[in-house]
Design a protein around this ligand. Sequence first.
Ligand SMILES: [Zn+2]
Length: 490
Amino acid sequence: MQGGVGLLRLCALPRLLHLFRALPPAATLGFAEKADQATLDSYEKFLTAKLITQPQQTQAALPTRLGGSGLLRFRGLRAQAWLGSWLGTLPAVRALAGERLASAEVCTQGQEGWAVALREATEELAAEGVYLDHTGTVSGEEPAQPWGWADGTPALAQRQRLLSRRRAEASRTRLLTTLPPAARARLRSCGGPGAGAWLLAAPTSNATRFKDAEFRVYSRLRLRVPLGLGGPTDRCRNRRTGDPLEEEPPGVAGRECQKPLDADGFHALTCRVGGLVIRRHHAIRDVFAWIGRAAGYVSSTEVFEPAWTRARVDAQGEVEVEQARLDCRFAGPPSDPLVYGDVVVTHPEGSARLHAAADADGAAAAGAADDKHRRYPASLLPGGRLVPFSVETFGRWGAEARGWLRDAVDAVAERDPQVAAAGHWGKVAVLNAWFTRLSVALQKNNAACVLQAGRICGSADLGGESGWEEDIDDLLREAAAAAGWSDFEV
Ligand SMILES: [Zn+2]
C-alpha cells in the first residue's frame, strides 16, 4: 500500500502535469476534474475510507510540508501551469515569432484565446490572494505595480512552483480558519520540515517500510478520518504491566486500561498503560543516538549527569533526591561543548497545550522544550548544554532539534568527502534520510499505539475493504496478457 501511494504521487500525477503546461486552463478543465476524481478514488481505496468532508479533501491536497498528504489537485494548478509555462518561455516565443505576436499589449488586452487565458489565470490566483508583481516576484499581497508582460523581460524560472506554493499556503490559512481548535492543532502539528517524511519514504528497507494497517492508521490520523474506534463499547485494551511509571496510582498487572476510546485516536496516542508511549519515546532516542554516531560523536544513551541532580520535596513533605538521567549524550573533540539530548513527544491536542498549539505552528513542541530547559538549566553545566529533541505527536519538530540535526549534517560533511563533494544537495540528502528515519520511527509507534489500544489486527477491523489486492491481481494479469504469457497465474 505504501508503494501504491508512492507510485500514485510520484508517477501517475506528475506525468499529467505536462499537459496542463501546454494547454490553456479552460481546455483542460474537464480532464482535470476527471483526473482529480480518479486520484481521490484511488486514495480513498488505499485508506479504505471516504474523505467525506471538504477540510479532509483540502488537507489531502496540501503539500506534506504544510501538513497535507501531497495529492495534487489538477483543477487548482492549471492556472499556475499555464502562467508558469508562458513566464518561462516568453522571450523565446517573442524571438521566434516576432515581438508583435506576444507583445505586452497583446498579453494584457488581446482577444487571442491564449492571452485571455493568461488574464483569467491571473484573476483566478488573485481571488485566492496570490499575485505577481512587476518584477515577477510572487507575493501574498496585491502589489502596487502588477506584472505587465513588459516587452524585453527575461524568462522567469520556476514560477509554477512558486505560485503553487503560495496558493497552497493561502489554502492552508483559509482551512485553519474553518476548523475547531483540536483540528487546527493537529493540522499544524502535521507540518513543518521533516514532519511528513514518512509519507515520502520509499519502502526499500525494514527501517522505512510500513505494514498496510500501519500506513492506513497513520494516513487516517493525519486527515482525521475516523479510526473505527469510539463506539459506546470501545474500551482501551492496553494491559497494565505493574510498572509504577506507567500510571498513577499503579494498577494491577494484567488488568486492561478500559478507558473509553475515541475515533480521533486521542486516548490511544496518549495512554500511559501498556508501555507503548514509552516505547515510542525510546525508539526516537535510539535514532538520535544512531545519528550522533553517524556524525562522529561519541554517542551514548541513558546517562546520568550529576550537575543536574536536584533535591525536591515530595507529596509527603519529605526531601527526595531526583537524579538527572538524560536520553542521549554526545561528546566530540575537546573543543566542542558536551551536548545532552532529551526526547519529548508532546500531544498538541492535550489540554495543557491545546490553546497555544491551535493558534501557532509548533507551540506544543516549543512549550515542551522550555520545560526541559527549566529542568536542566545551562547555568548548572558549564561547557555543556541540553538540546530538547522535542517533537509533536503528528510529526512537527521543535526548532532546537532541527538545529542540532543541521549541525550534525555539517559534522558529517566534514568527515565524509562524498557528502562534502555533493555540496548543498549532499547535506540535504543526509538530512532528509535522517528525518525519514525519525518520522517513520514516530509514526510506526503511533500506529502501534492505536492498533494495540483498539486490538486491531488487520485493515478489516478499521472498517472498509480496499479491494486493492484484487486490483493488483488484475493489473498483473493484464500485464501478463500484454506480454503474451498465456499460462500466467496469480
Ligand atoms: Zn488506555
